[in-house]
Design a protein around this ligand. Structure first.
Ligand SMILES: NC(=O)c1ccc[n+]([C@@H]2O[C@H](COP(=O)([O-])OP(=O)(O)OC[C@H]3O[C@@H](n4cnc5c(N)ncnc54)[C@H](O)[C@@H]3O)[C@@H](O)[C@H]2O)c1
Length: 406
């Protein structure tokens, strides 16, 4: 039985724990032996939620020395993943890191070095998005050559004002913690692109802006945390969280003001990515959209695929931002060369969080032995490098050679 230490009492760790506990296939294969976070309150909340009596630590090395985990699952704030991934590998502890593997090229370099020092250690990046039913379907269509050689891709992501805005009331909106949505959010899309196109990015050019959140504040609110704000009774974006679950008053409490001048990331960006196999991809993200959705278009030598997912919901409701049972419209069409019509292709529906992607990756990850085709640390690095190049390009206005960042 593998002894698992949970590194991060985050919201995200719940997905791992839930699947591991629920899955008949994984039952009895693993046990949780410790929880580590810098926030005691979050650890307490986690243990209560899952009714677990776990030893809790605020010191990573002390935890490793005390409980000798065989595997750590890293789900802390993005900027901190690299540190725990490297420290685990150097202790010969297997590691699963949440996406993004890290937040910049410098951290990628350090992780690559740690990987070369420890080639035998099991280490993967939990890029669950490539395991979503639509992506799995797209991958099989491309691998079967349904549209021939891929020539061109367009990828557009819309985050509504419930999901998109949620990033602006948390640590994600501070460059130092996340390096922006180009890393935090787009790493999902960049990994999917690398996976679908079976290539790596060569060059990136991008532009971006903070168009809606931050200082574009139409209400002239003052940018203080919601619970301290004198406009809390009138602000439509007032957000209350359970203070019992946070003992510190750090940046990762989820009630930062979405109109704060401290927000230093973009909520709108667009770029062009040229892949090493010659495919050019135009890509855009809008994190203040009226509805949630994703549009992927792939043009091949002998056909064209168009996938469109739309999620309509009341963006003023305070429910989960990751509801996946609210897909209101999902279409996949295939246009074959010369036919002059489009066929509708069926997309299998998955069960559980992220449309079944979590169940799909975690089952592969925690099986004994794990699936050898899981996303590697290098896959994680390749997704991060595109995001980092996008951030650099929109800062400098120049085209960035993606692989030369290392
Ligand atoms: N794959 C997915 O679909 C998916 C979905 C959501 C989040 N995530 C990832 O999961 C991770 C957690 O995201 P979340 O939204 O659940 O975050 P969260 O804000 O709920 O939790 C972040 C945790 O990190 C802890 N932390 C901050 N600094 C730390 C440090 N130096 N050392 C140790 N712990 C520290 C905080 O105390 C907090 O408990 C992120 O990396 C995010 O990108 C992935």
């Amino acid at each position: 039985m593998a002894r698992i230490a949970l590194v991060g009492a985050s919201s995200r760790v719940s997905a791992f724990v839930s699947v591991l506990r629920r899955s008949e296939k994984l039952k009895g294969l693993h046990e949780f032996v410790a929880l580590f976070d810098i926030d005691q309150g979050k650890m307490k909340g986690f243990c209560q939620k899952f009714d677990l009596q776990l030893p809790c630590f605020t010191d990573f090395d002390a935890m490793c020395d005390a409980v000798k985990p065989e595997l750590v699952i890293v789900t802390t704030m993005d900027a901190t993943h690299a540190e725990y991934v490297i420290r685990a590998m150097d202790r010969k502890i297997a590691v699963v890191s949440e996406k993004p593997l890290c937040i910049n090229a410098e951290q990628c370099r350090k992780i690559r070095d740690a990987r070369s020092r420890n080639p035998e250690v099991f280490a993967v990046t939990s890029h669950n998005a490539r395991y979503g039913p639509l992506t799995v379907k797209l991958k099989s269509m491309l691998d079967e050559g349904v549209i021939g050689r891929v020539l061109r891709m367009e990828y557009s992501e819309l985050l509504d004002r419930r999901h998109g805005t949620s990033y602006f009331r948390r640590w994600n909106s501070r460059r130092a913690c996340s390096n922006g949505l180009e890393l935090h959010k787009s790493c999902h899309h960049f990994d999917k692109m690398n996976f679908l196109l079976d290539s790596r990015a060569a060059e990136v050019t991008a532009m971006g802006a903070l168009s809606y959140h931050g200082q574009k504040n139409p209400h002239k609110y003052e940018g203080v945390r919601c619970h301290e704000c004198r406009y809390k009774d009138v602000c439509p974006d007032f957000f209350e969280y359970d203070k019992e679950l946070f003992t510190s008053d750090a940046i990762y409490t989820p009630d930062l003001c979405i109109w704060s001048s401290d927000i230093d990331i973009e909520d709108d960006y667009a770029g062009v990515i040229r892949f090493e196999n010659g495919v050019i991809c135009s890509y855009s993200v809008c994190a203040h959209a009226q509805y949630e959705g994703e549009i992927i278009q792939i043009e091949g030598e002998t056909g064209r695929i168009e996938a469109r997912s739309v999620y309509f919901r009341d963006i003023r409701e305070k429910g989960s931002v990751h509801d996946t049972d609210i897909i209101t419209q999902q279409t996949l069409t295939l246009c074959r060369f010369g036919k002059g019509t489009a066929e509708t292709v069926e997309i299998p529906r998955g069960e559980g969080s992220h449309g079944g992607a979590d169940e799909n990756i975690f089952t592969r990850l925690f099986s004994v032995p794990p699936d050898p085709a899981l996303p590697t640390l290098e896959d994680g690095i390749q997704a991060v490098l595109i995001g980092a190049a996008m951030v650099e390009s929109l800062k400098t206005g120049k085209t960035v050679k993606v692989q030369e960042q290392l």
